[in-house]
Write a protein that binds this ligand. Structure first.
Ligand code: OSB
Ligand code: MG
Length: 374
């Protein structure tokens, strides 16, 4: 039986090929850490903490996630480390409220190690039924907010083969860019993401997006505004998708019961892990609600898990699962590449990819090593 003997946290900041600007922030680097879970037979499993360096997307941020991991998560993991089956690890880590991204990084590393010990792939464990998944791409607000910059960037993605375009929007950067992209690519699947930038009183304005025939509007209102999302979902023909509001299966059930969402964005790290993601997927599949896999500008480690998840049957819309080259000049793993607009689901044991040792060493700025003694 596998036991987890050692955890290492590897902190690094990966430069993005270009700044990623949203209604909430401009990201120039991915400030992250990888969790390495080492078994008694010396096999390493990997997870990525996808929080940003400040609490602008959710409450989590990388220094805080690192701290909560050392202070609260690893002591709990120690209690189940001699039989680290995924459900037991999940329940134990759930004693810590919130901190979904921190929990996901630990539970995914342990799950990866546990699967590698069995020689079983994550895709197989999750019930993935596709060898590859359609790739969408999330397009930030251009630096100078000009339509020319935007069309140039989008045209690069369309030429590369991306199957769906998502535009980041905010008040003052919405109708004009949406209209311009729609005019240039009349049939491409198109959606927008506001990252909570609108208010309930913007309902008529959001309704005016209906003429563009988009797949969805993602998270128009603040995370907590269930009633506002109900009003907007009722008023707009364009489906409403929730991202930041959905932090668990319970949040999903509430959103669907209230009719606050027509579509759910599942990000494993935002909902507290892959098992919670599967539960959300299953509930949505049963209720006929489409889901898609969101992204957090992950390295190949986080991306591998997302791609396996996105290969489950209910993921019927293309995800923010883009190729490594959309984010990084050099990824920490072998790069994920676009093939006919798709990313291949890794088939090796566990998440199926590893950090390249030389890159890991070169990029890592700090390591914390915890050897269990119980
Ligand atoms: O709202 O989906 C979001 C990135 C960081 C934080 C929040 C979001 C995003 C993205 C990028 O949209 C998706 C990706 O390509 O990883
Ligand atoms: Mg979003």
């Amino acid at each position: 039986m596998t036991s987890i003997d050692l955890i290492r946290l590897h902190r690094m900041a990966l430069p993005l090929i270009k700044p990623f600007r949203t209604s909430m922030a401009v990201e120039t680097h991915r400030d992250l850490y990888l969790v390495e879970a080492v078994t008694d037979s010396g096999i390493s499993g990997w997870g990525e903490c996808v929080s940003m360096d400040w609490p602008g997307y959710t409450h989590e941020y990388t220094d805080g996630a690192w701290d909560v991991t050392l202070e609260f998560l690893l002591p709990r993991l120690a209690e189940v480390r001699h039989d680290p089956n995924p459900e037991a690890v999940r329940r134990k880590l759930e004693e810590v409220k919130g901190n979904e991204m921190a929990r996901t990084a630990v539970s995914t590393a342990v799950l990866d190690a546990w699967l590698r010990e069995q020689g079983r792939s994550l895709g197989d464990f999750l019930g993935a039924n596709k060898p590859a998944v359609d790739a969408g791409v999330s397009v930030g607000i251009p630096e100078h907010e000009t339509i020319d910059e935007l069309l140039e960037e989008v045209s690069g993605y369309v030429d590369a083969g991306y199957k769906r375009i998502k535009l980041k929007i905010q008040p003052g950067w919405d109708l004009e860019p949406i209209r311009a992209v729609r005019a240039s690519w009349p049939t491409i699947p198109l959606q927008v993401d506001a990252n909570q930038a609108y208010e309930r009183s913007d309902v008529r304005h959001l309704q005016s997006f209906d003429e563009f025939g988009m797949l969805l509007i993602e998270q128009p209102l603040p995370e907590y505004d269930w009633v506002g999302h109900v009003e907007i979902a009722a008023a707009c023909d364009t489906p409403i998708c929730l991202d930041e509001s959905i932090l668990s299966l319970g949040h999903t059930e509430a959103a669907l019961d209230f009719k606050a969402a027509d579509i759910i964005n599942i990000k494993p790290a935002r909902v507290g892990g892959l098992l919670e993601s599967v539960d959300i997927h299953d509930m949505c599949l049963e209720r006929g609600i489409p889901v898609w896999c969101g992204g957090m500008l992950e390295t190949g480690i986080g991306r591998a898990a997302n791609v396996a998840l996105a290969a489950m049957p209910g993921f019927t819309l293309p995800g923010d699962t883009s190729a490594s080259a959309r984010y990084f000049a050099v990824d920490i793993t072998e790069p994920f590449v676009l093939e006919n607009g798709q990313l291949r689901v890794p088939t090796g044991p566990g998440i199926g990819v590893d950090p390249i040792p030389a890159y890991l060493e070169e990029l890592t700025s700090e390591v914390a090593e915890i050897e269990f003694s119980n």
